[in-house]
Design a protein. Structure first.
Lengths: 320, 317, 258
């Protein structure tokens, strides 16, 4: 049994290798696919002949494509991510500053969304007509309202009118935890609402599906309380579906973070990318995209492993 | 006859249907007997079973009476809400009290055992769970009892099988787990809704034998629902025949096969290979006389025979 | 509801009370009034008129991106589902690569390469939806090819091409249409998000996302500049969502679409 589990983990981890390869090629090609001369586009009016040659060799663009790619990947493995063209800062250091902000934002939003969406979904799955209708309304609105507009409206109410939370900005957690959370409150809430709606819908559908299965009839016939049936059995059986969706939604959340960081002036990786695009700062765009994509791929891997471990058939190594 | 379970004038009407699913059914289960309810699908036999334990959807309209342990001597003391073993009317009982009865005093097992077990739970825990739902015993004690039950229903190497997920057991063993879970609290009544239909013939015979053996050792009363007259002849003491929501006739198993009263029963016996005496010709059912053509009007007047029907009976024996 | 929105978008030049770029210097950040029902913005432009024109450009990007995606995805899905084998593997695996990156990040990557603008935004959104639509088309094709009329057509000697055009494609299309209308709702949100970041529709063309970005600094003084364009997005998204649900109920009761 241990062997089957081990084989499953190895198989899933190996599957990540081609995905990482494709991702690294896409990111690598960003700068090479720019129409015309990327260096001139990048430098704009600052492009002097000397400048262009210097940057071009600094980026290795005068080398053959395969050599460029190997250099690029080699750099990543050595932890040398290059330098920011505009600020001349080391991209590794820049990333080290920016990543924690994005982690905090998406992590808190994810926790909040799960805390709202999953219990409500369970309630909706075995609740009466009133709660079903209420949650349905929340789902439709939560999915239809663009998160950045929701953010603006939250700022209008909680920052501009009530003055409870600051409208934008960031204070590092290590400097002042309380202030940090006050600044994070609105962005986290903004990101979490849409996701909570998704989780609610998924949980409701999954738990409903389980409750319709014959074994639930036997649980009732055994005299178990509805609470134990839902909590002990339905949720346990619905867990793989819910966790899979949570894993997929991490991607949506990371995408949303790009917009929300810009809206609330949070110095995260998303805002780094957006600023870099407007400055045509290609190396920084590459590293930002690389970082977020890597997180996304890693989360997908972990999700699949967790779901696999939850399924007794997978743990037994039975082929699906 | 001391009735362990008395069903009187039970009718069930589902909202979107014209005819009642169960139409004025009355029957009494005697202590320790295996009572078979036989009928084709849609005859209302499973609806009766679900009505007893209050497992029908709330939208179903139920009238009549289902009385548990209506023993006249016990009844004299009056129904008490505190003692779950006291005689009482089950219809209209609040969900909380019904839950206390389900799996403790009246248990039920369903057709497909594979589908009756939670695929994510160890099989042993699903037995222990029933015990802990009704008795305040420790986890460890419930586990010991569950293992003993697994041994009793004939699961080899029970203690090492305890932690297995359902999919690791064969269909026959899974049905044994289901039976163990249903009998965990030594109920007075076991309702078995087509418990062997999904199993192949050899396993089916073993499970039937097990149910009979458990009845003998525990004195459990069994309501055995099936569409298979062969199974009826093998296990049941008495039989009720259902058609179109009505209970057409009730008789001891020997009586039913030797002297069926209702034309539908005769057709059923004639159509069932197990019902025909060995060595006789296969039954011939004329085109004018088939189970499908039997209208409810005919079913109502049980004693009325038409000439065609009699001719059919004669040609089939 | 969707019909009304489309009419507003199409007829914006006729219906709009003011030009979208007409500056009324006396009405800078004017509150909603009879002349400017949705108020006016930081340059004194009529918000209602800009919402109408913004809806026009947002719908244009959203719908053209989904349409473009369909045009590519439908043949790919049919080939993958009908031919099977290595063609299926090649198409499915290639499209899977698109899903390596989170959707919005992929769109941003596209824009990073080709530069901001509404055409690039539409292209990027189209690429994101390619694998989803192709997958639905493939699944739907797999269901349809098992039908007797398809086998019958082949038996009567119809070639692969005629079988696909005449029998498979028309019958397999419904789930894709359902999925496309659902995706239109998301496309609208994506376009608005990209324009909000300044990466989609470029000023001076009014777009709903762009208006929200412009009005952020004056949120406290003139909330109407932010409220109405956002409401327009929500209403449009809801319209597509309900259309999709309705179509799903009508065409795809088995639920091939996600």
């Amino acid at each position: 049994m241990m062997n089957a589990r081990f084989a499953f983990v190895v198989r899933r981890v190996l599957l990540t290798v081609p995905v990482l390869f494709v991702m690294s090629v896409i990111v690598f090609l960003i700068i090479r696919l720019v129409p015309g001369d990327p260096v001139r586009t990048m430098l704009g009016f600052r492009a002097t002949e000397a400048n262009v040659i210097e940057i071009r060799s600094q980026l290795g663009l005068d080398q053959p494509l395969v050599v460029q790619y190997l250099d690029f990947v080699g750099g990543i493995f050595r932890g040398d991510l290059g330098t920011d063209i505009v600020s001349k800062a080391s991209l590794s250091e820049l990333l080290a500053q920016r990543l924690p902000v994005t982690f905090e934002l998406t992590g808190l939003a994810m926790i909040l969304a799960i805390a709202i969406g999953v219990p409500l979904g369970v309630r909706a799955a075995n609740g009466g007509r009133r709660i079903r209708r209420l949650t349905e309304g929340f789902v439709i609105l939560g999915i239809s309202i663009p998160d950045f507009w929701l953010g603006i409206m939250l700022v209008l109410v909680f920052a501009a009118t009530l003055g409870i939370f600051p409208p934008s900005g960031y204070i590092p957690f290590v400097d002042d935890p309380v202030q940090n959370l006050r600044y994070m409150a609105l962005p986290v809430l903004t990101l979490a609402v849409g996701e909570a709606a998704y989780f609610l819908r998924t949980t409701r559908a999954a738990v409903e599906g389980v409750l319709a299965r014959p074994f639930v009839g036997f649980l009732r016939a055994k005299g178990l309380s509805e609470r134990r049936i839902v909590g002990g059995h339905a949720l346990r059986n619905a867990a793989p579906t819910i966790i899979t969706v949570i894993g997929i939604q991490v991607g949506v959340l990371l995408g949303g973070a790009v917009i929300i960081e810009t809206l609330f002036a949070l110095p995260g990786v998303g805002r780094l990318i957006v600023t870099a695009i407007t400055q045509r700062n290609y190396p920084t765009i590459q590293i930002g995209v690389l970082a977020i994509a890597a997180i996304f791929i890693l989360v997908s891997l972990v999700t699949d492993l967790v779901v696999g471990m939850l399924d007794p058939r997978v743990a037994d190594g039975a082929s699906t | 006859m001391s009735g362990v379970l008395e069903i009187a004038d039970l009718s069930v009407q589902f909202p979107a249907q014209q005819k009642p699913a169960v139409d004025h059914v009355s029957l009494t289960l005697a202590a320790g007997e295996i009572f078979g309810v036989v009928g084709e699908s849609g005859s209302g036999k499973s609806t009766v079973a679900n009505a007893i334990l209050g497992l029908l959807p709330p939208s179903a309209g139920i009238t009549g009476s289902v009385r548990l342990g209506a023993n006249p001597t016990m009844f004299a003391g009056g129904p008490s809400t505190s003692d779950p073993r006291a005689p009482r009317e089950l219809l209209g009982l609040p969900e909380r009290e019904l839950r206390a009865i389900r799996g403790d005093i009246v248990s039920m097992i369903f057709q497909d055992a594979s589908a009756s077990l939670d695929p994510t739970w160890p099989v042993g825990d699903q037995i222990a769970e029933t015990i802990r739902a009704h008795r305040s015993v420790s986890r460890a004690a419930a586990r010991m009892q569950a293992i003993a039950l697994m041994e009793e229903v004939g699961i080899p190497d029970a203690s090492s099988r305890y932690g297995d997920a359902p999919h690791r057991l064969s269909g026959g063993l899974r049905q044994r787990i289901v039976i163990a879970a249903a009998l965990a609290n030594d109920p007075r009544v076991l309702i078995a809704d087509e418990p062997t239909t999904a199993l192949d013939v050899t396993i089916q015979a073993q499970v039937l034998q097990l149910i009979r053996r458990l009845r003998d050792s525990h004195g459990t009363t069994v309501l055995f629902i099936t569409h298979d007259l062969g199974v009826v002849s093998e296990i049941c003491d008495r039989v009720g025949v259902m058609y179109g929501g009505k209970l057409l006739e009730v008789a001891t198993t020997t009586e039913l096969f030797s002297n069926p009263q209702h034309p539908y029963t005769r057709a059923l016996i004639a159509a069932s290979p197990a019902g025909t005496p060995r060595g006789s010709r296969l039954p011939v059912i004329p085109a004018t006389w088939s189970v499908e053509s039997l209208t409810l009007a005919e079913a109502d007047s049980g004693a009325r025979h038409t000439q065609t029907q009699d001719a059919a009976e004669e040609s089939s024996t | 509801m969707l019909g009304i929105l489309v009419i507003i978008a199409l007829a914006a030049p006729i219906l709009a009370p003011h030009g979208p770029e007409t500056v009324d210097a006396d009405q800078v950040l004017g509150a909603p009034s009879l002349i400017h029902p949705f108020g006016s913005d930081v340059l004194g432009r009529d918000v209602l008129s800009r919402v109408m024109f913004g809806l026009r450009s947002s719908l244009l990007v959203a719908l053209s991106s989904v349409a473009l995606s369909c045009v590519v995805a439908i043949p790919l899905g049919i080939v993958a589902g009908y031919a099977g084998g290595w063609a299926d593997t090649a198409i499915s695996r290639t499209l899977d690569m698109i899903l390596v990156l989170p959707a919005l990040l992929l769109a941003i990557t596209f824009i990073a390469i080709l530069g901001p603008g509404s055409t690039v935004a539409a292209l990027a959104i189209a690429v994101i939806y390619l694998p989803i639509l192709a997958r639905v088309m493939r699944a739907s094709t797999l269901v349809v090819v098992r039908n007797e009329y398809v086998i019958g057509a082949r038996a009567r000697g119809a070639g692969h091409f005629r079988t696909v055009i005449g029998h498979v494609a028309p019958n397999a299309l419904a789930p894709v249409i359902v999925q496309a209308s659902v995706l239109s709702a998301f496309a609208l949100q994506l376009e608005a998000g990209l324009s909000f970041l300044g990466l989609g529709t470029q000023p001076p063309t009014p777009s709903l996302g762009g208006m929200l970005s412009d009005g952020r600094d004056v949120l406290t003084q003139a909330p109407w500049v932010e409220i109405f364009p956002g409401l327009a997005i929500v209403v449009a998204v809801l319209a597509f969502t309900f259309l999709g649900e309705g179509l799903r109920r009508a065409f795809d009761p088995q639920g091939v679409t996600s």
